[in-house]
Design a protein around this ligand. Structure first.
Ligand code: ATP
Length: 552
């Protein structure tokens, strides 16, 4: 709830309107039942002893029923509109907070789990507002109305009426909430596990089929689905308790009031029609306890969801902008100065690495798989900070610059760069949002993809499926490379840029790197055999140490 309060306060007028309409709906409903009870009893008695006026009560009944319909419609529209707007803002806030948490070591968690937090968990919060906060505030007003009505008509019933109402609308839901926290947490975690199993199954479908392991994938999914079914069933049982308890509370309060009312009737302190009206109005006011008790059964999940969402919001990103940032110069040497780094304290990945890339220089980092090449490129773009030593660009420690400034100067093509859903143009413009077609084709040409794109029926406007499903692995790689080359950064870092290219294309491409990165500094981590002219210098890594530097 701590998370929701600022968002609720920002939309206070909308929520107050929804609350006012909710109170009006309840008052109209209670009034409708009360007047009907009084009217029907009065009319029945009129035939015998009491003279009764019909016109005013029947108009009141009609008026109140229209008022109730209109107010309920308005309340639903306003309540939902303001709640959905609030959740949409929460989703955007959460997504923005999530991004800085992902790099390098990442936050403890899995993609499917984060998707669940952004979708199902936030959806679970919508009932907090619509089935808990608004009805509870309405119930407080209803309790005051009930006390006033009884005090005016049957004062001796005030304690029993208010106590019955408070028990049903507050104490019982509170007990349901406290008892349902464990079930709620189990439901939310089972729902997240199911998403993870589904995403894994879809992503790895090809491999599961090829390995004849679809059954194992199905089993994982089915186990997660069964777990969710058990958790949901336990929750549904609690939710089903709600309406029954609401009926019980209303029934007992009415019976106690009736008992006191019959004594008052016998001693002429209340009339028959008024007593009937009061009893039915009580029934009307208890209507608000229905959503509260139904919601109380599910609030355990909402609380668990809210905790998971808060975890993201309150986790401080590891990499943050400095308070007083220095500006990086347009050009300058990249200095790797005695850098050491490890993902955990006990396993160093880079040890005391030092080298300098002068402006315009092309450096290849070679080394066996796992020797720390990608790790170093990640550190240069501040996906994480070094454990010891420093990385400087143009004489400025990159930790002293803002991330935005750093990424304007240094661009990285990661080993697993993704193709995003969208067109070829959408994908390329991520690297340079305002680039015209000629610039896009130049970058595509440098990545040896221009002919392919020109041959597509819709050229740059061709739609690429999810993760570039309509491209071959090599084409997807070259598209990502073209995107990196479009960046205005003066220093380009390429991690295995030729992965997915065939031997002949790889050699041609490496030869072309010179033109593609003309005038820029280039650091490329690769396993490929490099043509002599492709780079100015080769540095070789072995187990995280720089063991050799060779000038070409
Ligand atoms: N996110 C991570 N968490 C923990 N350890 C990691 C992580 N990423 C890499 N490592 C470890 O760090 C070491 C260096 O990995 P890195 O990816 O930098 O090597 P590499 O030289 O780029 O290998 P490759 O040529 O296969 O891409 C490896 O032992 C790897 O297991």
């Amino acid at each position: 709830m701590k998370l929701l309060w600022p968002l609720i306060l920002r939309r206070a007028p909308g929520f107050l309107l929804a609350l006012a309409l909710s109170v009006l709906t309840l008052a109209a409903g209670a009034g409708l039942l009360g007047v009907s009870g009084w009217f029907l009893t009065g009319a029945a008695l009129a035939g015998t002893a009491v003279a009764f006026e019909l016109f005013a009560p029947s108009s009141a009944v009609r008026g109140l029923s229209f008022l109730r319909i209109g107010a309920r419609y308005g309340e639903r529209m306003t309540g939902h509109a303001v709640t959905l707007a609030m959740l949409s803002e929460l989703r955007s806030t959460l997504f923005a907070r999530l991004i800085p948490l992902v790099p390098m070591k990442g936050v403890a968690g899995r993609t499917g789990d984060f998707v669940a937090r952004l979708t199902a968990d936030i959806e679970a919060l919508d009932m907090v507002m619509l089935q808990a906060v608004l009805p509870l505030l309405t119930a407080c007003t209803a309790a005051a109305g009930l006390a006033l009505m009884l005090w005016l008509t049957l004062p001796e019933a005030v304690p029993v009426g208010v106590a019955g109402f408070a028990l049903t609308a507050l104490a019982v839901p509170l007990a349901l909430v406290l008892g349902g926290r464990r079930i709620g947490a189990a439901t939310v975690s089972a729902s997240s596990d199911l998403r993870v199993a589904a995403l894994d199954g879809i992503d790895g479908h090809g491999d599961l089929v090829a390995l004849g392991a679809t059954e194992a994938g199905m089993e994982r999914f089915n186990a997660a689905a069964a777990q969710l079914r058990v958790a949901r069933l336990a929750e549904a049982r609690r939710v089903a308790l709600g309406p029954a308890l609401a009926q019980l509370g209303a029934g007992l309060t009415m019976a106690a009031t009736l008992w006191l009312g019959l004594e008052a009737l016998a001693s002429d302190r209340i009339s028959g029609p008024i007593l009937t009206g009061v009893l039915l109005a009580i029934l009307g006011l208890f209507e608000v306890t229905g959503p509260i008790l139904r919601g109380a059964g599910r609030i355990g999940s909402a609380l668990a969801a809210s905790r998971r969402v808060s975890e993201i919001v309150t986790t401080r990103p590891l990499i943050r902008d400095p308070l007083a940032p220095a500006r990086l110069p347009g050009e300058g040497p990249l200095v790797i100065d005695h850098v050491s780094y490890g993902y955990g304290i006990d396993r160093p990945v880079l040890t005391d690495v030092s080298f300098t890339a002068q402006p315009g220089e092309r450096i290849a980092i070679l080394g066996a798989s796992g020797s720390g090449k990608s790790t170093l490129l990640g550190l240069i773009t501040r996906l994480d900070d070094v454990n010891a030593g420093a990385i400087r660009f143009g004489g400025i420690d990159i930790r002293d610059a803002t991330l935005a400034d750093l990424h304007d100067h240094i661009a990285l093509l990661t080993q697993d760069a993704p193709v995003f859903i969208g067109t070829v143009r959408d994908n390329l413009r991520i690297g340079s949002p305002f680039a015209d077609d000629a610039t896009l084709y130049t970058a595509l040409g440098n990545a040896r993809l221009a002919e392919f794109v020109r041959g597509l029926p819709q050229g740059l406007d061709t739609w690429l499926g999810e993760s570039g499903a309509t491209l071959s692995a090599g084409q997807a790689r070259r598209l990502c490379l073209a995107r990196t080359l479009l960046s205005p950064a003066r220093l380009i870092l390429l991690d295995e840029p030729t992965a997915g290219l065939d031997g002949a294309t790889e050699a041609e491409f490496l030869g072309d790197l010179l033109t593609a990165t003309e005038g820029r500094t280039l650091v490329v981590a690769t396993h490929a055999a490099l043509p002599r002219a492709a780079v100015d210098r080769v540095v070789r890594f072995e187990d995280g140490r720089l063991v050799e530097t060779e000038r070409r």
